[in-house]
Design a protein around this ligand. Structure first.
Ligand code: NAD
Length: 464
């Protein structure tokens, strides 16, 4: 048998082979795809120092040149979309179509921020003479540590990498060990596109070890994290006392508010599309459908018809699989709860679960499942739907379906989440901010605020 492909660390000090290597297997058939290097604290220090040496010259480039360099990177990513999508498909197990969509949307984000690099502005307030006044300029933060999860292994790196580079920062990427290969390839392409060495590094290996070394490193200016609240609290515990900038994009517990005048075909589409996308392993998933009594039966009928056509990929982690069974067993222990589907139809592969009769106090209604479970809850009126949507301590993405747009918008504004999707399911766009409120996070990504998240402002006051 030939030796497996090895992915060394990508650091400003070149490609680094390590003593230990972690094998990465395809979720669908268990075959070995590649081995990734295991960084230690010394590797973290070297990558951060190289990043710290690289960003000032990058930030000093005239914005059109930085934009051109990022456009070249985006073009290379475009050319490698099939390869990246294949890696995502194999390492996470998500269906190829979903992997292709993730990569295509991520490439759009790089193009968007490449253009934004040129649009970074200087604001000026003229003074008494031409040479005096106030200039307010965005100055890059410096070295950014990007710590990302496995469920969207390309998108969630790009949401940090692209705006940080556009703003003039350097980025040390720490992908999740469950799915590090596409993230590694993204960083490899960054270097091959001609971006300066050290500007983009990739450190694979043990999450807690690398995460702590990055979050405590004196030369890391910002930690941009996406993942679980449990780990977010640890990262904040390291970074906050050191006064580092921080963004934390965490889990959600999405509600779909079905208004009394809703088009039920649209509601069923949103519920099933977002409920079961990526086998439910999505922070923006629909977990609770809140429906008035008179519409419940018709909506369930339409959802069941759609569910019959859904085939899910294997769950990415065994932990997720175990959690799925635990949550459904817990729900079955409550009076009146009915679970349809949710079985393991093949090793590691689930069928979509549809839960009725559950309410607050049932764990899957209170906690992010992160597995393919949608609960349909009957609510007496829209006010009760809003109260239930806002009840758990999450605030990432909610959904609303209703024909009267004014009523829909007025209700959407009462939902306490960074995003509300109305009459459809596509929620993430490069030019709009994506933010978790309350227990779903701190800070935001994408859009103009997601670019400004990588700068601090400098006021140059010229008095004479
Ligand atoms: P996780 O928190 O276990 O891991 C996230 C990252 O942190 C990984 O890179 C991991 O290696 C690293 N890590 C793990 N333990 C660590 C530790 N002790 N110290 C430092 N770093 C550590 O999350 P996950 O299971 O990979 O992802 C699932 C979670 O991510 C879900 O809650 C999901 O909702 C959330 N998520 C949020 C968004 C968003 O944009 N808001 C998007 C996708 C996923």
């Amino acid at each position: 048998m030939s030796d497996p492909v090895r992915r060394p660390l990508i650091t400003g000090a070149g490609r680094v082979e390590t003593a230990g290597w972690t094998p990465i297997h395809a979720r669908a058939d268990g075959s070995l795809i590649a081995e990734v290097a295991e960084a230690d604290a010394g590797d973290v220090d070297r990558a951060v120092r190289a990043a710290d040496a690289a960003w000032p010259a990058w930030a000093a480039l005239p914005p059109p040149e930085r934009a051109r360099a990022l456009t070249a990177y985006a073009a290379l990513v475009d050319a490698h979309q099939p390869h990246l999508a294949d890696l995502v498909h194999r390492e996470t197990g998500k269906p190829l179509g979903e992997a292709q969509a993730e990569v295509a949307r991520a490439a759009e984000v790089i193009h968007h921020f490449a253009a934004e690099a040129e649009r970074m502005w200087t604001q000026q307030m003229p003074g008494a003479t031409l040479a005096t006044g106030s200039w307010v300029r965005p100055a890059p933060l410096g070295v950014v540590a990007a710590i990302t999860p496995w469920n969207f292994p390309v998108a969630l790196v790009v949401w940090k990498l692209a705006p940080a580079l556009a703003a003039g920062c350097a980025v040390v990427v720490k992908p999740a060990i469950e799915a590090p290969l596409a993230a590694w390839a993204l960083c490899d392409l960054a270097e091959r596109s001609g971006l300066p060495e050290g500007l983009v590094s990739c450190l694979t290996g043990d999450g807690p070890l690398i995460g702590e070394a990055l979050s405590t490193h004196p030369r890391v200016a910002k930690v941009a994290f996406t993942g679980s609240r449990r780990v977010a609290e640890r990262i904040a515990g390291w970074a906050s006392p050191r006064l580092k900038a921080l963004s934390l994009e965490l889990g959600g517990h999405g509600a779909l508010v079905v208004m009394p005048d809703a088009d039920l075909d649209v509601a069923a589409e949103v519920a099933t599309m977002q409920g079961y996308v990526n086998s439910g392993q999505a922070c923006y998933a629909v977990n609770r459908v809140l429906v008035p009594p008179g519409l419940r039966g018709d909506l369930l009928e339409r959802m069941r018809a759609r569910i019959a056509d859904i085939t899910l990929g294997p769950m990415t982690t065994d932990r997720g699989l175990a959690r799925h069974h635990m949550l459904l067993d817990e729900a079955r222990g409550h009076d009146g709860v009915v679970v349809e589907g949710g079985e393991e139809v093949a090793p590691g592969r689930l069928s979509p679960a549809l839960v009725t009769g559950a309410g607050p106090g049932v764990r899957l209604v209170d906690e992010e499942p992160f597995t393919p479970i949608v609960a349909v809850l009957e609510v007496p009126d829209t006010a009760a739907a809003v109260a239930e949507a806002n009840r758990p301590d999450y605030g990432l993405v909610n959904y609303l379906v209703g024909r009267d747009l004014r009523g829909a918008l007025e209700t959407a504004q009462q939902l306490r989440s960074g995003t509300v999707a109305i009459n459809g399911w596509r929620v993430v766009l490069p030019y709009a901010p994506y933010a978790g409120w309350r227990g779903s996070g701190v800070g935001c990504e994408l859009g103009r605020p997601g670019l400004e998240a990588f700068v601090h402002w400098q006021h140059l006051r010229v008095l004479a």
